[in-house]
Design a protein around this ligand. Structure first.
Ligand SMILES: *Cc1c(COP(=O)(O)O)cnc(C)c1O
Length: 420
C-alpha cells in the first residue's frame, strides 16, 4: 500500500479499520482536554471501561455473601482461575490444561525454573538473550547461584553481531548447538523489551530440544501483541504478565504455560501450595502433595480475585476482537509508524530505528535510538501530551496498540516529532 504523510490519509485508514470501535472501550488520560497520544501500551495498557464494573461486581459479591462468595454468585471465587482458562489458552495457542493464571510474572519465572532448571555437573548452563529485562537477569542469576554455580560461567548470553542491533536466528541456533551438551535450559523473551525483536520461538525450541535442554519463554512483550502457538511450537514452559498489552491494570496477574508433555508427571520437582493440590481433596487438609494435572498443578495460593476480575474483563475484549484481526491491523499500524518515523528523519537524522524492519520479526513496538538530544526530545513529547517511553541510556520506545490506537494518533505523533 502507498503510505502518505497527511491527516487525510490517516483518517481514511481509520474509517476503513474494522476494529476502530474498540478505541471507545478504553479510558484515555487527558492532556489539555484532549486524549493523550498514548504509545505506552507495551508498558501499561489503558483501562478498558468494563474493568470498573467488573471490580464493583466482586466488591458486591463480597458484601452480599461474605465467605459464601467462594461458592455462590455468578463467578464463585473457589473456581475463579478456571474462568480465565479458555481465553488464556486461545491467547497463547495452548490447550486448556496447559495454562493457568496465577501470581505475578517474576514469581512464575522462578516457579518454572524450580521445575525446569535442574542443573547437574555436566548440564548446568542457561542460554539467554543479552540485554534481557533486568528482572529476568536477576531471576536467572540468583537461580544459578542457588544451585551453587557461578553465573559468569553458567549463563551464556547471545548478543548481536558488532554493528547490528538485533539477534540473528542462525547465531542463536549455533550457540545452542555449540553449548548444547552443557545446557540445561534455553530461556528467551518472546519479544525483546528494548529492541522489539520477536524471536523465532519454534526454531529456538527445536534447537534446545535437539541438544537435550528445556526451552522456556518470557512472553511479557508478546502476549496480546502477536498470535502465539505455544503448544505447536513445543515450548516446555512460558510465563507472561497481563498489565502490558493485556490491559489488566498495574501489577496485574501473570499467566503460565506448561506443555502437556509434562502434564502427567507429578514427580517433576516443584514448589507447591494448596491451590495446586488435587482439588477433589484440597479441603481434606491431609498430608502428602498430589498436584493437579497440567499447569494448575503449579498454583500456590487461592486466586487474587480483584486483579483476576480486571484481567477477565480485559480478556473479554481480546476475545471479541480476535488476535488474528488485531495482528492484521497491527501490521498496518506499525508499518505506518515506521513510515512516519522515517519521514521525521528525512530532513535531519534525529534517531535510528533499531527494531527489525521485517514485520515478521517484530510486534507493534518500534524503538528509536536517539542522539544526544534524545532525552530532550522525549521530554518535549511528554509536555505536549505524547506518552512514549524512555529507556536508558538513549532509546524511545513507541507502541501503537491495535485495540485503541489510531492512524491519526501516529500521524499526530509525526507532527510533534517534526516540531521539536
Ligand atoms: C515487564 C517485564 C517484567 C516485569 O516483571 P513483574 O514480575 O511483572 O514485575 C519481567 N520480565 C520482562 C521480560 C518484562 O517485560
Amino acid at each position: 500500500m502507498h503510505l502518505t504523510n497527511t491527516l487525510d490519509f490517516a483518517q481514511k485508514q481509520d474509517a476503513q479499520d474494522p476494529l476502530r470501535h474498540y478505541r471507545d472501550q478504553f479510558l484515555f488520560p487527558q492532556h489539555q482536554n484532549r486524549p493523550v497520544l498514548y504509545f505506552c501500551g507495551n508498558s501499561l495498557g489503558l483501562q478498558p471501561k468494563t474493568v470498573r464494573p467488573a471490580l464493583l461486581a466482586e466488591l458486591d459479591q463480597w458484601a452480599t455473601y461474605g465467605v459464601e462468595g467462594h461458592f455462590r454468585g455468578a463467578m464463585p471465587w473457589m473456581y475463579y482461575h478456571k474462568f480465565l482458562t479458555e481465553q488464556t489458552a486461545r491467547l497463547v495457542g495452548a490447550q486448556n490444561h496447559e495454562v493457568v493464571v496465577m501470581n505475578t510474572l517474576t514469581v512464575n519465572l522462578h516457579l518454572m525454573m524450580v521445575s525446569f532448571y535442574r542443573p547437574t555437573r555436566e548440564r548446568y548452563k542457561i542460554i539467554m538473550e543479552a540485554g534481557a529485562f533486568p528482572s529476568d537477569q536477576y531471576a536467572l542469576e540468583t537461580q544459578v547461584r542457588w544451585h551453587g554455580f557461578d553465573p559468569a560461567e553458567a549463563i551464556v548470553e547471545v548478543a548481536p553481531r558488532p554493528g547490528e542491533d538485533t539477534l540473528r536466528t542462525e547465531d542463536i541456533i549455533s550457540i545452542i548447538e555449540k553449548e548444547g551438551a552443557k545446557t540445561a535450559l534455553v530461556l528467551f523473551g518472546g519479544v525483546n523489551y528494548y529492541t522489539g525483536q520477536f524471536y523465532d520461538l519454534a526454531a529456538i525450541t527445536q534447537a534446545a530440544h535437539r541438544t537435550g535442554a528445556y526451552a522456556g519463554f518470557d512472553l511479557a512483550h508478546a502476549a496480546g501483541n502477536l498470535p502465539l502457538r505455544l503448544h505447536d511450537w513445543g515450548a516446555d514452559f512460558a510465563v507472561w504478565c497481563s498489565y502490558k498489552y493485556l490491559n489488566s491494570g498495574p501489577g496485574g496477574p501473570s499467566g503460565a504455560f506448561v506443555h502437556e508433555r509434562h502434564a502427567d508427571n507429578p514427580d517433576l520437582p516443584r514448589f507447591a501450595g494448596w491451590w495446586g493440590h488435587d482439588e477433589s481433596e484440597r479441603f481434606k487438609m491431609r498430608k502428602g502433595f498430589r498436584p493437579m494435572r497440567g499447569a494448575e498443578g503449579w498454583q500456590l495460593s487461592n486466586a487474587q480475585i480483584f486483579s483476576f476480575a480486571a484481567h477477565k474483563a480485559s480478556l473479554d475484549v481480546f476475545d471479541a476482537a480476535g488476535m488474528e484481526a488485531l495482528r492484521a491491523k497491527s501490521l498496518q499500524l506499525t508499518a505506518y509508524l515506521e513510515f512516519i518515523l522515517d519521514e521525521a528523519n528525512r530532513k535531519q537524522q534525529r534517531f535510528r530505528i533499531i527494531t527489525p524492519r521485517d514485520p515478521d520479526t517484530r510486534g507493534c513496538q518500534i524503538s528509536a535510538l536517539t542522539g544526544d538530544d534524545g532525552k530532550a526530545l522525549y521530554d518535549f513529547l511528554t509536555e505536549n501530551g505524547v506518552i512514549a517511553d524512555w529507556r536508558e541510556p538513549n532509546v524511545i520506545r513507541l507502541a501503537p496498540v491495535p485495540l485503541y490506537n489510531s492512524f491519526e494518533d501516529v500521524w499526530r505523533l509525526g507532527e510533534w516529532l517534526t516540531r521539536f
